[in-house]
Design a protein around this ligand. Structure first.
Ligand SMILES: NC(=O)c1ccc[n+]([C@@H]2O[C@H](COP(=O)([O-])OP(=O)(O)OC[C@H]3O[C@@H](n4cnc5c(N)ncnc54)[C@H](O)[C@@H]3O)[C@@H](O)[C@H]2O)c1
Ligand SMILES: [Zn+2]
Ligand SMILES: [Zn+2]
Length: 394
């Protein structure tokens, strides 16, 4: 089959690789019809190289048609239309029962002291072959695979794999209430969807902040107030002015470890990419490599007693945090990988009911063939050609 594979920093290719096959009774094989490219893939493209091997298949946002199932899979059958969550979870362990599927104890990566396995996401998370490919082996398919109705285009359901539950969890964890106020930092696919979910759930004031004009416009068009992050402006003052002088009830950080505007972290990033892999991985394990400017801004913006909900991915181990401010302002911090299955039942009515309240049908800015993946990664990283969300169609 053809698959998108990692070859090095900013070097992904489409290679011919062996077709996947059933290995465990709980596996399924799906033929992938749509597969998203995510901001998380950009971390692999840029800074997480030390944790990847040449030839690793990328991708974790798939949907498709079941080709084959193992004897332990009874919830779906060949021919079913399914979406596959980006985290691989069993559904029956302590963590899964708690609704913490991203911490699944059956698929946890104890060797690296990391949570549940993820499709296409480094050695730390199981080195599971990813979903930007013609076919995908789905471990724990008896629980993971989400059956979706025939009829609407893939665009309607594919975001159940990641974007929708991730944004949903970010809003849940922010604790913001109907009538409340929320700042969303970063208006990539995740931040944009956070703003949409919050508006849909009746949050009164949703303020989206980014640096890329088309992204800002997209979220504004959906009904949020938006601001451009400009080094000269005092964004904190502006946000206070529109939130009763106090600051918002909550801030979602949908940027993560590659934020614009933090020179020290950037240097560490470049250092890790110059070192041999084994040393770079050690440096990342033991040292500060995050560019924390978005997180610092979130802590500054949020009102006293408010919540910072971090959904952007961070990776460093010793990056300093402003403990005095966190303590003095009495801030709650929540974060983590999305527990996809936990939120599916809450989200599904918004996809199968009347209309398209979250605007998923027109959410993708680009639909492309698998062979165009290298160009798509490049454009997405550079935010060129209005690229916000790419769906690949193998
Ligand atoms: N926790 C999870 O389960 C989960 C799931 C999916 C994605 N993510 C993470 O969410 C983050 C966003 O993903 P995405 O697909 O939207 O990616 P993206 O890279 O397209 O979006 C990031 C956005 O942040 C903006 N930005 C950069 N620096 C900024 C700053 N200082 N202030 C404000 N905005 C800034 C960028 O211009 C960009 O629009 C990534 O870190 C990704 O890894 C986490
Ligand atoms: Zn993703
Ligand atoms: Zn589990």
């Amino acid at each position: 089959m053809r698959a998108v594979t990692w070859h090095g920093k900013r070097d992904v290719r489409v290679d011919t690789v062996p077709d996947p096959s059933l290995k465990e009774p709980t596996d399924a094989i799906i033929r992938v019809t749509s597969s998203g490219i995510c901001g998380s893939d950009l971390h692999l493209y840029e800074v997480l190289g030390p944790y990847l091997d040449v030839g690793d298949i990328l991708g974790h946002e798939p949907m498709g048609i079941v080709e084959e199932v193992g004897s332990g899979v009874t919830s779906v059958a060949a021919g079913d239309r399914v979406v596959i969550p980006f985290n691989i979870s069993c559904g029956h362990c302590f963590m899964c029962k708690e609704g913490l599927q991203s911490q699944c104890e059956t698929t946890q990566n104890r060797e690296f002291d990391k949570g549940g396995s993820l499709f296409g996401y480094t050695r730390l998370y199981g080195e599971v072959p990813g979903a930007q490919a013609e076919y995908l082996r789905v471990p724990q398919a008896q629980f993971g695979a989400i059956k979706v109705p025939e009829g609407p285009p893939d665009d309607r359901f594919v975001y159940l794999s990641d974007v929708l539950p991730t944004a949903w969890q970010a809003v849940e964890y922010s604790g913001v209430q109907p009538g409340g106020s929320l700042v969303v930092l970063g208006l990539g696919p995740i931040g944009d969807m956070c703003a949409r979910v919050a508006l849909q759930r009746g949050v009164d004031k949703v303020i989206g902040i980014d640096v890329v004009p088309e992204r800002i416009e997209r979220t504004r068009h959906f009904g949020a107030t938006t601001l451009a992050l400009d080094d000269d402006d005092d964004i904190t003052e502006t946000v206070r002015d529109i939130t009763g002088g106090r600051g918002p009830d909550a801030v979602i950080d949908a940027v993560g470890m590659e934020a614009h505007g933090a020179p020290i972290g950037k240097l560490a990033h470049q250092m890790t990419s110059l070192l041999p892999d084994s040393l770079a991985a050690k440096l990342m394990d033991r040292a500060g490599v995050d560019r924390l400017s978005a997180l610092h801004l979130a802590i500054e913006l949020v009102r006293r007693g408010g919540t910072v909900s971090i959904i952007g991915v961070y990776g460093g181990m010793t990056d300093p945090l402003p403990m005095m401010t966190l303590f003095d302002k009495q801030i709650t911090l929540r974060m983590g990988q999305a527990n996809v299955k936990r939120w599916v039942d809450d989200i599904m009515p918004l996809l199968t009911g009347a209309g398209d309240p979250l605007g998923v049908d027109a959410f993708a800015t680009h639909h492309m063939g698998l062979e165009q993946a290298p160009a798509a990664y490049d454009a997405f990283q550079r935010k060129a050609n209005g690229t916000v969300k790419v769906l690949l169609h193998p």
